[in-house]
Design a protein. Sequence first.
Length: 361
Amino acid sequence: MINRRTLIGGGAGLVLGGLAIPLFLGPGPHHDQSPGTVGPGCTPTGQGLRAQAVPRQEWVPALEAAARVAGIPAQFLAAQIEAESGWNPEAVSAAGARGLAQFMPGTWDQYGNGADPFDPVAGIRAQGRYLHDLRGRIAGITGQDPQRLVFAAYNAGPGTVLKYAGIPPFRETQSYVAKILDLAQRVYSAECAGTGPLELRPGKGAWVHPLPHSRLTSGYGPRPCPAGAACNPWTTFHFGLDFSTGRGRATGRGAMVVAPTALRITLVQELAGGYGSRIMARCLLEPGYIFDFHHFALGSMLVHPQQEIEAGTGLGIEGNTGNSTAAHLHFQVIKPESNDRQMIHADTIDPTPILVEKGIL
């Protein structure tokens, strides 16, 4: 029997037997206190837990002990607890998940060692044991960030992660993983604590979805070779996010793609192959990252190089040009030091955390 639960504060699916029922997970809470700054190369894999960010200091030793059991730094366990229960040891979800770590009764019977599910220390210990088991079940996947994979397995099921050989292309799972990694870096890591989302921290401002009323169809990272595409390093690792409205199935022309924030256009290319019709632009908010939009319908692009535009300005129509099997938008984020015209894939970073932070995913 597959257990299902709805988690307090947004909702995620607890998984057993490699299956889950995905639910929407909204963006995480924003923290106003800024204990430090994030250096340009900082990642959330440091080993230091920022103990003062944990609401009850008597929980810190349990977190550190559970982290040793799980083989995952303690700041990730703290971030997951915030995502699950908001640090409320009395939390009960609509589906019956209980306690700080939000275990369903059947899973608690397996990992709770006979303790009270509302005992916060017991919940943290069970969390460590469960994450340890998940790590073991996905150990065959190599060359990827184990923290991302284990939380993807927690949300979508280890069987699903094995099937996709990485984080599956589910909006809810990708948002859940991004939220935990963001909190681990921004709030709970002594070495990386700062004010911005994971990896990409443009300045404040209003953001909109680059393809409104679309769904995420492929996430950043390794993936199986898409059906109908030639298998090569560019198709088996996805260097951005794909969004589709489904409106271009018959004609190859979908909905309007818009600027997610204020941009300066740097490149407009009308191409039938490769990336297809393409627009590149620099974010006008610090620190000036480059955004790359691919696969516009031929003849649909509405902007020109050096033009400065506001959030929500139309860029062109979602299309199927280039190496594409259906009408969609491919959205990439590129490091600011990269050359606008000579971008290499090593310059890309995962756009998911910034879109989660801005409330888009």
